[in-house]
Design a protein around this ligand. Structure first.
Ligand code: ZN
Length: 491
C-alpha cells in the first residue's frame, strides 16, 4: 500500500515538480494536484568529512545531531551510504556526475565532456548557485561548471599555499599545518550567503549547493558546543585546548614520524563531536529560516558528506586514506516537503553517493546524457525491498587501494608500483564484523569474483594496459590464474 502511495506521489512529483514554473506541460492526477505541492527547488548541504557513526541519528551515544534527528523525520535516512573516494575531489566529482571517478587520480578536474549536477539543473532552466569552503569545490578545479554563481571562501589561514602546492602536483608541506587556524567563521558567512541567494530567487526554480568544511578539521567549535563535549583536562579555553591536542597531533601525524599517541584520540573525538554539534545547530537555524520564509514547502533538501573521517580504527587519522568503513560511510538524508508522505523513513540497503544524480534526475526531470554508474533511490524509498546495487566500489589513489562491497562481504586490495603489484588483500565479513577489525582473507576464502571485479575496475579506471607484474605468493598466484588473470602474471 505504501509503495503505491509513494509511487503515486512520485508520479505527481515528476509531473508537477519537474519543470520550471512557467513551463508545466504534464498534467498530474487531479487529486494529487489538490494534495501535493510541486517540488520546485533543490538544496544540497555537504558536511565535509563526516563519518556517519558519529551522528546521533546513526546511533552515536554522543548527542551530536539532535536537530538532524528531528529534520530526518520528514524524510529518508540511508543508514548505509558510501562515498566512492576518501577525499573531496574524486568523491565530489563522482556524485556530481553519478559515475565512479573517471580515473584513479587525486586531482580530478571537471572535464569539458562532463555534465555535472549543477549543469543538469541549469540546462533545465533552474537558477544555480554554489557556496563552498572547500578549495577543491572551486573554479580552480572547474567545479564552477553549471553554476550561475560559485562562491568559494577559504576556511583557514595557509590554505592558499597548500592549494598551490597540490595544484602543481606537489604534496602539501607539513609546515602549512602550522597555520592551521580557521579564518573567522566562514561557515556562518557562507550559510548566510546561501540564505540571501535563495531568498532572492523569486519566480525561478533554484538549485543550491552548500559545501561546508565542518565537521572537517580543525575541529574547532565555539561555546556552548565546546563545553558540552570536550573534557577540559584543566583547560577551559577552546583555542588553547585545540592547540595542545589537535594542532599538535595533526602536525605530528603529517610530520616525519606519522605517529600519534593513542591517548590523543579521545580528546580529538570530543573536539570532532563538538564540531558536529555546532554545524548541526547552524544547519538547523538555516533550515528554520528557510521554513519561515516558506522556502521549504516546495524544496527537496539533501544532507550528506563527501567522505568519512578516521580516529585510529585502522591506525589512521583524518581522511584520504584506504577505503575502510570509517573513510567512506557517510550520512545521507533526503528531506521532502512536509506535505509529502514518506512511507519509509529509514533505508538500510547499501547505497552510493553516485545514486544522488539519477535520483534528482527523476525528481526534477533532468536529462543525463552521460553513462552513469548510479541508480535512482526513488524505488527504494517506495519499497525498501527493491533490489539495488550489487557492488559498490570505493577508492583511494595515494595508497592505490580499491575496496568492493558486495552484500555483507568486503574485499580491499592495495596495489603498488603503478598497479603492477598487489601488496595487500583484506577481506571482511560485514555481518559479524561491521567495523572491519578482523581480516579474514585467505586465498581459498572464496573472494575470486570480487577480486576479478576489482581488477576490472582498476583496469578500466587507470586507463592502462593489463600491467599486473604481480609479486604474489604461490596461493595468490593460483587464485589469479583460477579467475582468468593468469596471463597477466609475470614470473
Ligand atoms: Zn572532503
Amino acid at each position: 500500500m505504501y509503495k503505491s502511495i509513494f509511487n503515486t506521489v512520485l508520479i505527481s512529483l515528476l509531473a508537477m515538480g519537474c519543470t520550471p514554473k512557467e513551463e508545466k506541460t504534464i498534467e498530474a492526477p487531479i487529486e494529487q494536484q489538490q494534495q501535493t505541492p510541486a517540488i520546485t527547488n533543490c538544496l544540497i548541504i555537504v558536511l565535509d568529512a563526516f563519518h556517519a557513526e558519529h551522528s546521533s541519528l546513526y546511533g552515536s551515544k554522543s548527542p551530536t545531531t539532535p536537530h538532524l534527528e528531528k529534520w530526518a523525520k520528514r524524510g529518508v535516512t540511508f543508514t548505509h551510504a558510501y562515498s566512492q573516494a576518501t577525499q573531496t575531489l574524486s568523491s565530489a566529482w563522482s556524485y556530481f556526475n553519478g559515475q565512479y571517478p573517471y580515473q584513479m587520480q587525486e586531482l580530478t578536474f571537471m572535464r569539458d565532456i562532463d555534465t555535472p549536477l549543477p549543469a543538469l539543473f541549469q540546462n533545465r532552466g533552474f537558477k544555480t548557485a554554489g557556496f563552498s569552503e572547500n578549495p577543491f569545490i572551486s573554479k580552480t578545479y572547474k567545479f564552477d561548471k553549471g553554476f550561475d554563481l560559485l562562491e568559494y571562501k577559504p576556511y583557514r589561514v595557509g590554505i592558499a599555499q597548500t592549494v598551490q602546492q597540490l595544484s602543481s602536483g606537489k604534496k602539501a608541506q607539513p609546515k602549512a599545518y602550522q597555520k592551521y587556524q580557521r579564518t573567522g567563521d566562514v561557515t556562518v558567512e557562507l550559510i548566510n550567503k546561501a540564505d540571501d541567494w535563495i531568498t532572492e530567487q523569486k519566480a525561478d526554480p533554484w538549485f543550491c549547493y552548500l559545501h561546508l568544511l565542518r565537521p572537517h578539521n580543525p575541529y574547532f567549535a565555539p561555546d556552548p558546543f565546546f563545553s558540552q563535549f570536550v573534557e577540559k583536562d584543566g583547560i577551559d579555553n577552546p583555542e588553547e585546548y585545540y592547540k595542545q591536542f589537535e594542532l599538535e597531533v595533526v602536525d605530528r601525524y603529517y610530520g616525519q614520524n606519522k605517529g600519534y599517541a593513542a591517548s590523543s584520540v579521545e580528546p580529538l573525538l570530543d573536539l570532532y563531536h563538538s564540531n558536529i554539534a555546532y554545524v548541526d545547530h547552524l544547519i538547523n537555524e538555516f533550515l528554520l529560516k528557510l521554513e519561515t520564509k516558506g522556502e521549504l514547502k516546495d524544496t527537496v533538501v539533501v544532507i550528506m558528506s563527501d567522505h568519512g573521517e578516521a580516529f585510529g580504527e585502522h591506525g589512521e587519522l583524518l581522511h584520504g586514506k584506504p577505503p575502510h568503513r570509517e573513510q567512506i560511510h557517510v550520512p545521507l538524508v533526503i528531506l521532502f516537503p512536509e506535505t509529502i508522505q514518506i512511507p519509509n523513513h529509514t533505508i538500510d540497503t547499501p547505497v552510493s553517493l553516485m545514486d544522488l544524480a539519477p535520483t534528482l534526475e527523476q525528481l526534477f526531470d533532468l536529462t543525463i546524457t552521460n553513462t552513469i554508474d548510479g541508480f535512482t533511490l526513488n524505488p527504494l524509498i517506495g519499497n525498501p525491498q527493491t533490489p539495488h546495487h550489487q557492488e559498490i566500489f570505493s577508492q583511494h589513489m595515494a595508497s592505490k587501494t580499491v575496496a568492493l562491497r558486495q552484500g555483507n562481504r568486503k574485499l580491499l586490495v592495495g596495489f603498488d608500483d603503478d598497479f603492477k603489484t598487489i601488496r595487500l588483500m583484506e577481506a571482511y565479513d560485514l555481518k559479524t564484523d561491521p567495523k572491519e577489525q578482523s581480516d579474514i582473507f585467505s586465498a581459498d576464502a572464496g573472494y575470486e569474483d570480487m577480486l576479478k571485479s576489482i581488477l576490472e575496475y582498476v583496469k578500466t579506471r587507470i586507463n592502462s594496459e593489463a600491467i599486473y607484474d604481480l609479486d604474489l605468493t604461490a596461493p595468490e598466484k593460483e587464485l589469479l590464474e583460477s579467475i582468468g588473470y593468469g596471463e597477466m602474471v609475470n614470473n
